[in-house]
Design a protein around this ligand. Structure first.
Ligand SMILES: [Fe+2]
Ligand SMILES: [Fe+2]
Length: 476
């Protein structure tokens, strides 16, 4: 692979061809990125032709170009959404002042930390998903997995662009470190908890793309409000890609739910054991996977009461999702009513709003998750099955924030550790559940005409192609 950085190899709208400093930084970084991709990207499919979407410009025609490409040849580009003319800071203490085109010295460390934390999640998820191709339910799904993977790779590029362009030597070092940490490695783990969890079956993958990528969506929405304009523009473009990741999750879970509910109705069965006899994923097991990935993702928003969140808001680094929908952008004399735990009991406390910004973002996330869950439930009800998936209370199974270290049931009642442990396997995937789910996925499906038994076919294919199109040319 030649080590040349140019506009053809790296589609961009940041004027790369005339930015010598950025070229030099990328020339050093790109070979390491490629060797990371070859080591840690999808295992066993690197030479296959995959029908992928590549962004080659930010225009509506340019950002979604479809063609067959081998993944290592994917053109990971650098795109910023178009600048908003005369954009001003939309919240916090400097509200109304012009946004920043450079990093103010006093915010350098905080901004770098925000960018590195976001950037770290992108390669992490690729690492988590690298073996999934070997258990795919269909060629359609295999292609969607790889689309998500290459785009997470591009999101890494997006963050590395910011580090290289605005943070000098520290930025270059951080960009290298992003390729050195490894998901789940005890010695050099990824920064955030959920990104070190194994994601080794397709039920987990769909839950991950629904719940964990959705955390990504809300972090990006909050960063799109940033006073640091290059960060705002970068994240705004990333959101266009993120939407597909959540589509993969939402429709993936929906198709499993549909298949199970439809078969339950057809065979007039209710008991999970009978569902399993048909080689399907029973709804109580789906609920447990939902409980796991939802709560791991809730943790990603950080502590409920956070001085960091307050200072990010005050200084304009990170706003709320869709800040302009709020009336008061200073958030100074308001409070947020929260249930906190004092001496083992839940009590109401008014927290200054700025300190509750993580919780405000989490609220928006929870609401968005509920919308998807409602859709799944409508599909179950449509087959006349009496079962409802629910989002557990946000005190359940938490490891970050004021509810960590406590034990709560899915309704949010505080219980003892022993009580929790006694019910753990009823609330979260047990070893038996995990091996059952994996047992369904022993044989990958590489024939475009086939679909695994445990999932229904999608309503439509990609970009006008039929569902049974050869989205990945893979020799089994
Ligand atoms: Fe991403
Ligand atoms: Fe994503």
């Amino acid at each position: 692979m030649s080590n040349v950085v140019n506009d053809t190899k790296i589609p961009n709208n940041v004027d790369l061809s005339s930015d010598k400093r950025l070229q030099r930084a990328l020339e050093a970084w790109q070979p390491n990125f490629l060797s990371w991709w070859n080591d840690m990207g999808p295992f066993g499919f690197q030479q296959d032709d995959v029908f992928l979407r590549t962004a080659i410009s930010v225009t509506s025609e340019g950002w979604a170009n479809f063609d067959y490409v081998k993944m290592p040849d994917y053109r990971w580009g650098i795109f910023l959404a178009d600048p908003v003319k005369d954009r001003t800071i939309g919240f916090g203490d400097q509200m109304g002042e012009p946004v920043w085109q450079q990093v103010p010295g006093e915010h350098r460390n905080a901004l770098r930390r925000i960018i590195v934390t976001q950037g770290d999640t992108e390669p992490a998820s690729v690492e988590q998903q690298r073996m999934l191709g070997h258990s795919c339910p269909s060629v359609y799904d295999l292609r969607n997995l790889f689309q998500v993977n290459v785009e997470e790779g591009r999101h890494l590029w997006a963050m590395v662009y910011l580090l290289h362009t605005y943070f000098g030597r520290d930025g270059r070092e951080e960009a290298e470190a992003l390729l050195e940490r490894r998901s789940g490695d005890p010695d050099k783990p990824r920064i955030l908890g959920a990104f070190n969890e194994p994601c080794t079956d397709w039920l987990s993958f769909f839950m991950f793309t629904f719940f964990t990528d959705r955390d990504g969506k809300f972090q990006l929405l909050a960063l799109a409000e940033s006073a640091f304009d290059p960060l705002s523009r970068t994240t705004r473009f990333m959101l266009t890609e993120e939407a597909h990741h959540m589509f993969v999750g939402e429709t993936g879970v929906l198709r499993i739910v549909e298949r199970t509910a439809q078969q339950m109705a057809e065979h007039k069965i209710e008991h999970p054991d009978q569902v399993r006899k048909l080689g399907l994923i029973d709804l109580p097991t789906m609920q447990k996977y939902l409980n796991l990935w939802y709560t791991l993702s809730l943790d990603l928003f950080g502590g409920e009461i956070s001085s960091n969140a307050a200072s990010y808001f005050a200084t304009g680094l990170k706003g709320r999702a869709k800040e302009d929908q709020f009336e008061d952008h200073k958030a100074l004399d308001t409070s947020y009513a929260m249930q906190v735990v004092k001496e083992g009991r839940l009590v109401n406390e008014d927290v200054p709003l700025r300190n509750a910004m993580n919780e405000v973002l989490r609220d928006a996330y929870v609401e968005d998750c509920q919308r998807g869950v409602d859709k799944w439930n409508r599909a179950i009800a449509a087959h006349g099955i009496d079962f409802k998936l629910t989002l557990p209370n946000r005190r359940f199974h938490r490891h970050i924030g004021i509810y960590s270290g406590l034990h709560a049931d899915p309704e949010g009642n505080l219980i003892s550790k022993d009580q929790f442990e006694a019910k753990r396997d009823a609330w979260l995937p047990s070893e038996a559940d995990k091996s059952y789910v994996k047992s369904l996925m022993q044989k990958p499906i590489y024939d475009p005409k086939q679909m695994a038994n445990w999932i229904s076919a999608p309503k439509q294919g990609i970009k006008g192609r039929p569902v049974d199109f050869e989205y990945v040319r893979h020799e089994a």
